[in-house]
Structure formats: structure tokens, C-alpha cells
Design a protein around this ligand. Structure first.
Ligand SMILES: [Zn+2]
Length: 281
């Protein structure tokens, strides 16, 4: 089972003088509790300040928090604003915006898992890569390699395109990628699929290819055949990735991905003196 929090529910609340009252309860709801794990969770980001420059003669109290459940990954972001009346020092306007991650569950072999979620899961559970859907494996390779090699990737899959799974395009050059999602952790990749990839690459008028397997290793014969193809200049480049090597690239990619809640943060690293650079009303 894989937990996914990539979809977000956004709710807003407002009430006060001259403002339509909507969802008043939301403003006062308790936060910092994961309903999935049934536990209090830690605050990850917390900013608040009184902005006295953006609105004329008015103090604008603004605060923002993000909570993240370390156990399941669920998160919630809230932004609160209170505006003081310029006449009597009482608040006259309240607003809140709450973004909450939505829990979805996927079976490991589901074809519907968002790629980012799958990448994140596999970075922590690498051996489970043998259990993912074969289509997802191709998409994963396309996504990871397009980042890694800074290029575009086209997932061709099991269509009738000569057994090619993924094509990378690096400076107009096609690189043929063969993807094998083997079901056993002990699989040794033999010479036959290596020979096949050399043939497929040449038929595609390419001189570059990559073989990715969820198997443990390549056999000596497979490696020798790859080396022979390079020595005879049949191909210019021929990369081999076994499971561990592919997972290393995947982990590197995952380490660069920002947590999803980051894009909702408005008050990060803003000091009171900088508020006039903020939203101008
Ligand atoms: Zn949780």
C-alpha cells in the first residue's frame, strides 16, 4: 500500500465588517493533528508578524503555519489574517486559508499512482521496485532519466515500435532505452536482451542506448557483449543500470524535490520591515 498526498483541498474563511461571512468555523479549527495516524503532529514552518505598512494607518496581523506528519507524510498549511480597525484598535476583519493534503491509497502495482509519489516511496522501499506495474516502470525511467540527463523523454512502451520502451532525446540525438521490470530480486540479466537492444538501436538509426533492469546484476557475458559493441563502434554509448544503480539515480532525484507544501508558503523568510514588498492591496 502506498499513501499519496499529492492532491490538495483548499478552504477559505472570512468574516467581519463589510465582509461576507463564509465558513467561519474554519478560522477557529484546531490544527496540528493527523487524522490518519491519530496523533498530534509537529509544526514544520511558522511565521507571524504585524504588518503596519501595507494598509494605511492599519495593523495587519498575519500568521502562517505548516504541519507535517512524520509518520505518514500528511501535511496541512494554514494562513490567517486579522486586520485592525484604524479607529478603535479592535479587529474588524478575519480571513483564513487552509490547504490540506488529501489522503489516497494505491496498491503497489497500480497503474494510477502519481510518479512523484512512486519515486518517493521507492526511495525508501527500493526492493519493492520489482512489484510495480510494468508501465509505471517505463514512466519512472522516462521521468528519472529526463531529469538526470537533462533531456526530454518519450515513453513508447509496448507499442509496435520495435520493442523500444523509452526514447531520450539529447541535442536532437535519440537514445534508445530498454526497460526490464523483472519480478525477482535475484534476476541476472543475460546476454540475449543485450544483443536485442543493440539490434533495436541500430534499426532505429541510433548509436546510443541504455539498458535498465530491476534485476540484481548483468551476467559476465552480457557485459562482455556490451563492451564488444562499444569496441567495434557499433554504438557510441551503452549504459547499463542494474537495480541498485537505478535506485541511486532515483534517490538523487528525490532528494532534489521540494516538499509539496512549499509552494503554498507566503510568509517564508519575510521580515516585518519587508512587508511593503508584499502583496499590495
Ligand atoms: Zn499521519
Amino acid at each position: 500500500m502506498i499513501l499519496d498526498y499529492s492532491e490538495v483541498l483548499t478552504q477559505t474563511s472570512s468574516f467581519g465588517l463589510g465582509v461576507e461571512t463564509t465558513n467561519r468555523e474554519l478560522y477557529f479549527e484546531k490544527r496540528g493533528y493527523c487524522f490518519y495516524c491519530k496523533q498530534d503532529i509537529k509544526i514544520q514552518h511558522n511565521e507571524s508578524f504585524v504588518d503596519t505598512t501595507t494598509l494605511t494607518d492599519t495593523a495587519w496581523h498575519r500568521s502562517e503555519s505548516v504541519w507535517l506528519c512524520q509518520q505518514c507524510g500528511w501535511w496541512e498549511h494554514s494562513y490567517h489574517s486579522q486586520i485592525e480597525s484604524s479607529d478603535d484598535q479592535w479587529f474588524k476583519n478575519w480571513e483564513a486559508k487552509v490547504n490540506s493534503a488529501i489522503l489516497k491509497k494505491f496498491d503497489i502495482d497500480s497503474n494510477q499512482i502519481p510518479l512523484r509519489t512512486l519515486e518517493n516511496y521507492l526511495s525508501k522501499n527500493p526492493d519493492n521496485i520489482i512489484n510495480i506495474h510494468h508501465k509505471k516502470m517505463e514512466e519512472l525511467v522516462g521521468s528519472i532519466f529526463s531529469e538526470h540527463y537533462k533531456c526530454s523523454a518519450k515513453v513508447v512502451g509496448h507499442s509496435n515500435d520495435g520493442g523500444i520502451d523509452v526514447i531520450l532525446i539529447i541535442s536532437d540525438k535519440p537514445i534508445v532505452v530498454q526497460v526490464k521490470r523483472r519480478k525477482s530480486l535475484k534476476t541476472k540479466e543475460s546476454v540475449a536482451p543485450i544483443r536485442e537492444l543493440i539490434g533495436t538501436t541500430l534499426l532505429k538509426d541510433s548509436k546510443d542506448c541504455i539498458f535498465v533492469t530491476t534485476g540484481e546484476i548483468f551476467t559476465k557475458n552480457a557485459i562482455k557483449t556490451r563492451n564488444d559493441a562499444l569496441a567495434k563502434n557499433l554504438v557510441n554509448t551503452f549504459e547499463l543500470y542494474n537495480r541498485d544503480e537505478f535506485i541511486d539515480v532515483l534517490k538523487l532525484n528525490v532528494s532534489k524535490i521540494e516538499p509539496q507544501y512549499i509552494k503554498y508558503i507566503q510568509l517564508k523568510k519575510l521580515l516585518p520591515t519587508q512587508t511593503d514588498l508584499l502583496i499590495k492591496k
